[in-house]
Design a protein around this ligand. Sequence first.
Ligand SMILES: C[S@@+](CC[C@H](N)C(=O)[O-])C[C@H]1O[C@@H](n2cnc3c(N)ncnc32)[C@H](O)[C@@H]1O
Length: 277
Amino acid sequence: MSQYAMDNEPQATRRDASDAESSRASRGWWDRNADEYQREHGAFLGDDRFVWGPEGLDEANAALLGPAAELKGRRVLEIGAGAAQCSRWLAAQGAFPVALDLSHRQLQHALRIAGGTVDGTVDLVEADAGALPFRDDSFDLACSAYGALPFVAEPVQVLREVRRVLRPGGRFVFSVTHPIRWAFPDEPGPEGLSVAASYFDRTPYVEQDESGRAVYVEHHRTLGDRVRDVVAAGFRLVDLVEPEWPEWNTQEWGGWSPLRGHLIPGTAIFVCAVDGA
Ligand SMILES: C[S@@+](CC[C@H](N)C(=O)[O-])C[C@H]1O[C@@H](n2cnc3c(N)ncnc32)[C@H](O)[C@@H]1O
């Protein structure tokens, strides 16, 4: 069901995968597939738009991080930034974004879009979201569009790290694959509309090479698990947004399609606050 599957025929299975194995697999997979990902999805993402997922919900309309007019001067951390398209939109609003990603190749695409130079509008950091290289209270806001959280074995560790680097009164908004999708085959057509697996089976989805080494890993959390993770990390859950598929969007993205999108949710967006100011 890998919605990003573009690799050479690894074996797909469901089995446990530790955080270290998942992280190693993600780094390798995104380094190998970043070119293809940006080629296939770059136009939809836009060089400096902030899109929350395949439905095309745009932060310019959704304002989940708060009104765009209030982003000016804010320090914002983007987790799993890919080519940093969202960070460039934030910079255009006057924010000071830091785009963090595990994959060197993804960050090279951020440089490519910026014209090959570090132009100072978006800082790029290569690091694992589970160990953020920043001091406590160093950001006003954090965001992540499908970055890191679907791929890590220990999401509470990532959430705790984000909570640590946010100042009181801060906010973290992140999108992930909607958990209900795990019960359905990852197919855009009608075959993707019949339940084929237990929603409650948390066994990770793993693609492995012939020696059994994981080359791609995704982790499933139920909706309730995600809520508990957010609370366990010290956030207050403000909203849970399930974007509906809009009429204007006729584009498929892997298993996300207009057909399925009109019937079942494809993305879950968690809006999380740090209390106190
Ligand atoms: C689906 S892409 C999303 C990229 C970007 N947010 C977008 O919307 O195009 C997931 C990104 O998360 C990054 N990632 C995966 N695991 C990570 C981790 N543990 N720490 C940091 N980044 C990670 C990948 O390298 C990849 O760039």
